[in-house]
Design a protein around this ligand. Sequence first.
Ligand SMILES: C[S@@+](CC[C@H](N)C(=O)[O-])C[C@H]1O[C@@H](n2cnc3c(N)ncnc32)[C@H](O)[C@@H]1O
Length: 402
Amino acid sequence: MDLDADVTAAALRAALVKGLQHSGRITSAPVAAAFEAVGRHLFVPGVPLEDAYRDDVVFTKRDVDGSPLSSVSAPWLVATMLERLEARPGDRVLEIGSGGYNAALLRHLVGAGGSVTSQDIDPEVIGRAGRCLAAAGCGDVRLVTGDGTLGVPDGAPFDRVEVTVQATSVAPAWLEQLAGDGRLVVPLRLRGMGRLLTFTREGDDWVGGGWDQCGFVRMRGPGAVDPVVTARPAEGVRLRWDGGPPPHGEALAAALSGVRREVWTGVTVGPSEGTRPVVDLWLATVLEVFGRLHATADAQARVGLRTLPGGSPATWSGDSLAYLAMRPAGSGGSRFEYGVVAHGGDGTVAGEFARQLRSWDRDQRGGPGPVLRVYPQGAPDVRPAVGRVLERPGPPMLLTWP
Ligand SMILES: C[S@@+](CC[C@H](N)C(=O)[O-])C[C@H]1O[C@@H](n2cnc3c(N)ncnc32)[C@H](O)[C@@H]1O
């Protein structure tokens, strides 16, 4: 690269860092310094400089059907994960899911006294990452081809494990290979929702929080489980759920052509309160039957749906379907009110849904939020007042609210 291009890359990098600080994604000096030092363009060769420094994902490999298999993750997500990971100088870090860029940032964060191991199931990804890391002067990152759910036992113990591929459970190997005061950052799909969890040890168990919304390339290989199922009860309408009882297809279709009700709760929120992610998690905990309802604009108009961006938390029973909705609260103001739209049935499902929204408002609003507990030795019999066991392979996981 010539001198002019180097100068342009440095300027674009500085602007990216500024933007990530402004949006609150970079909050610490070490992460800012790593982003300033490592050239992202070196990990996306062939991509124009302006695009290399855009705050967006760059897909580097796709499946035959076009779905992404590998990528260099979006800077906002990379920054969020590094802030959660808190890698310190001298740390030994394991990154699961490779691409090169994040490994180079980690290399910068842990310094000469630390080490970075980056593992990917795909030898092509490892080959590509190796070439890019060498070009960036990070040839000492250890690259391992293998299934990330097994980790890298001969490199353990690690101070930090960062998983950069969508998982549905916490692999026992990640916990076994972590040092006593270690930290695990992992994007988990829980009841159909992608959330970034940060775990630390508490006695024999691991306690996770953070709950940043995120989406990732799906995991491949023997440890991959994708429990999300989709029903299409009408054209342009999708109901997605992750485990639990499936809806009866005909009953769902009947619900959509049944009586339509709206129940408004009086629970109002300000425009920048950002309660949606936590309300979604609350509903995913307290509703026995839970999924997400998505509808195209055309289907909204045709069927009379008013689903929310990203899909509305939904529940169903027999020929009733109910889901979360919002409407402007009062006239001219900027507040919104939570409510429920229900189709079919006698209104019981909608009533229970609305009751749960009011109890979030009364008991949880403004509180510390949920905790995800992972029990490598098996879950104790004691159950919290509000909690849900997440059924999946691997160590038991319990979603609890204070
Ligand atoms: C989002 S990319 C990783 C991005 C990367 N950390 C970066 O620097 O931006 C996810 C990677 O996970 C890999 N992957 C998928 N399943 C895996 C598994 N079971 N074990 C290890 N890697 C896996 C994919 O091949 C893909 O390269």
